[in-house]
Design a protein around this ligand. Structure first.
Ligand SMILES: NC(=O)C1=CN([C@@H]2O[C@H](COP(=O)(O)OP(=O)(O)OC[C@H]3O[C@@H](n4cnc5c(N)ncnc54)[C@H](OP(=O)(O)O)[C@@H]3O)[C@@H](O)[C@H]2O)C=CC1
Ligand SMILES: O=C(O)[C@@H]1CCC=N1
Length: 290
């Protein structure tokens, strides 16, 4: 991080934010940011397909350009923006950075939410000195309950990083992490919602196997997972303490937990997340080789 020579950074309220490539992840962040009260007139988005642009326009009342039928759409959206959030797939991020580079104000902060793409890769696609910030968000951003892990690049000032953090705070908890931890963060909180949904699916299937109808089993599982999450957030108890409070000695829960331990569920989770982090490192290498 570097010191700002002068205070040319706008307020979070006034900052013009462009979301370039607004699919599952960027839409989640955008939804959280707007729900936090940011003026829709300060937010612009791009997608590839015109029908997707219509959908976002209807849902959020923002300006949306479709790059599929307008080659200049992404550059036009980036022009005049204070914060530009790149949300295309990792393999397309560097090309997208190059596509918009010429349209950016020198002070515009380029944020990449792509897994496995380093600040240095984005910086190399930009004019020298362009501020860049790498972020690993997650989809609960959509309901302002995301976790967004921020790693500032080489040329971004503290004030610019604070602006990015202030905008993203509308979508959830913003934490700062050293960039070398981003693959681990991606494996834990970036992918984490999928693990929780997977567990919810498994609990639902287990309910069906025990004779419940699927609709009821699904409702029980979903309410239980979301209720447990809210409880975890609302109390000072950690997860292990809350688990113990459910587990009566010689009761029913004890049997389930003992089975999970015996059959290695913790090891499976450790192995799965290690593979997720390893995949991020492999994608970085693939992108460097391409
Ligand atoms: N999904 C997640 O939970 C998380 C994703 N990420 C990262 O977010 C990034 C996006 O992932 P995700 O949202 O899942 O992917 P999606 O496929 O849902 O979103 C990609 C979006 O990019 C748009 N797009 C593609 N090409 C262009 C183009 N040339 N111009 C403008 N828009 C374009 C697509 O438009 P269209 O819809 O019209 O095709 C689509 O809306 C990835 O880099 C991923 O690593 C990070 C953390 C979590
Ligand atoms: O699956 C992926 O690659 C992205 C990054 C983290 C969550 N989704």
């Amino acid at each position: 991080m570097t010191e700002s020579p002068c205070s040319s950074v706008p307020s979070v309220h006034a900052a013009r934010v462009a979301f370039i490539g607004t699919g599952s992840m960027n839409e989640s962040i955008l939804a959280g940011v707007l729900a936090s009260g940011k003026d829709p007139g300060t937010v612009i988005a791009t997608v590839r397909r015109p029908e997707r642009a219509d959908e976002l326009r209807d849902r959020y009342g923002i300006t949306v350009y479709a790059a599929g039928d307008d080659d200049a759409a992404n550059a036009r959206a980036a022009e005049g923006a204070d914060v530009v959030v790149l949300g295309v797939k990792p393999v397309g991020i560097e090309d997208m950075a190059r596509e918009i580079a010429g349209a950016l104000a020198p002070t515009a902060v380029v944020v990449s939410v792509a897994a496995a793409v380093t600040n240095a890769m984005i910086e190399a696609a930009m004019p020298a000195g362009q501020p860049v910030v790498r972020v690993m968000p997650n989809t609960p951003s959509r309901v302002q309950r995301g976790v967004l892990a921020v790693s500032p690049g080489a040329s971004v000032t503290d004030e610019q990083t604070a602006l990015v953090g202030g905008v993203l705070a509308g979508s959830g908890l913003v934490v700062t992490v050293p960039e070398e931890q981003q693959d681990a963060v991606s494996a834990i909180s970036g992918s984490g919602p999928a693990y929780v949904f997977y567990l919810t699916e498994a609990i639902t299937d287990a309910g069906v196997a025990l004779g419940l109808d699927r609709a009821l089993a699904g409702r029980l599982a979903e309410e239980t997972v979301s209720g447990a999450g809210e409880l975890m957030r609302a109390t000072d108890d950690d997860a292990a303490t809350l688990r113990r409070k459910v587990t009566s000695p010689n009761g029913t829960t004890e049997q389930a937990i003992a089975t999970f331990d015996r059959e290695g569920l913790r090891d499976i989770v450790a192995h799965g997340t290690a593979n997720a982090a390893a995949r991020a490192a492999a994608i970085t290498q693939e992108l460097r080789g391409s």
